[in-house]
Design a protein around this ligand. Sequence first.
Ligand code: KG4
Ligand code: ZN
Length: 367
Amino acid sequence: MSLTHTVPQTVLGLETSCDETAAAVVRRAADGTVEVLSSVVASQIAEHAPFGGVVPEIAARAHVESIDAIAGRALSDAGLGYADLTGVAATAGPGLVGGVMVGLSFGKAVALARGLPLVAVNHLEGHAVSARLAADIAYPFLLLLVSGGHCQLLVVDGVGACRRLGTTIDDAAGEAFDKIAKTLGLPYPGGPALERLAEGGDAERFPLPRMLLGRKDCDFSFSGLKTAAARLAETLTTDAERRDLAAAVQAAIARQLAERSDRAMADYARAQEGRNLRFVVAGGVAANATVRARLMQAATERGFSFTAPPLAYCTDNAAMIALAGAERLALGLSDALDAPARPRWPLDEAAARLSPTHAPGRKGAKA
Ligand code: KG4
Ligand code: ZN
């Protein structure tokens, strides 16, 4: 074990990659124990809602206006000052680059002014470690990362050591929730609104396509489901029908996530020779109760333990960024002050290069 493992870390985390301005202080003890000292999340939902989605320019401006106060609140909630920190961790991508630059620049300024090491954190690595904020889960584990921009199955051996087993070939699961919610006339963000609408609905009333059935890889696809749901949505006339379609969509997304995860678990269990079988779900979609229940059932049937972060750590937050930073610092890893903001940044760069499931288009390959 390297010497750096024995040094406790108290890290300020900053997250500004989408529509939440967040700051948090996390302490990682020398023995690896994790304590969240504060976690402040300022949502911009009200500012974006009139436009039905996140407007990058509005997001960047809102981050600029609030980052200073949010970081100050994270420190005061933790009862600490800048002098008590051992490092600063800021999301450096992937995400809306205008926003990423705000948090990253703020982090660089703090690092420079206070002589602290900077960690430029991959937002996806933050989600990957998020379950460790509230539960003592050892590496390695199999991770399903499901958020608004990503849908991936990864083997997580530790920070800086993620191997991708599969990814979406079109939309992310959260994107599917959001787009289908829109066709049902629901407000942004669509995922939680669709979950509320689906309550008590009959998921069997509307048959929806099962995507990628029988495929032997661990990839995902939601575009067929999205099209089918949009067609059906146009024909609906009653609230009961809308509720039943919402329930069917939620069940179909949950089923696909469980089916693909089941395939990954089978492969992973073989590679692990049946040892240390841990399945973790993270990202905003992990907040969905039906998704959690389906995944828990799949994990249990395969003999895996199942962990999902508490709801506050499923959606974007800075505690996960601070923890990823603390774990990197504990390994002696930090970044130079010229670390770039990266709109696209796959977690497993080798897999993304070898198997680009997206042809690079106008917006570039989705990580
Ligand atoms: O992880 P996250 O906060 O941001 C990204 O990094 O993308 O995830 C946001 C996504 C959105 O698509 C949102 O609709 C979805 O997570 N989401 C949900 C729920 N809560 C958030 N989807 C379904 N059910 C929910 N309860
Ligand atoms: Zn996220």
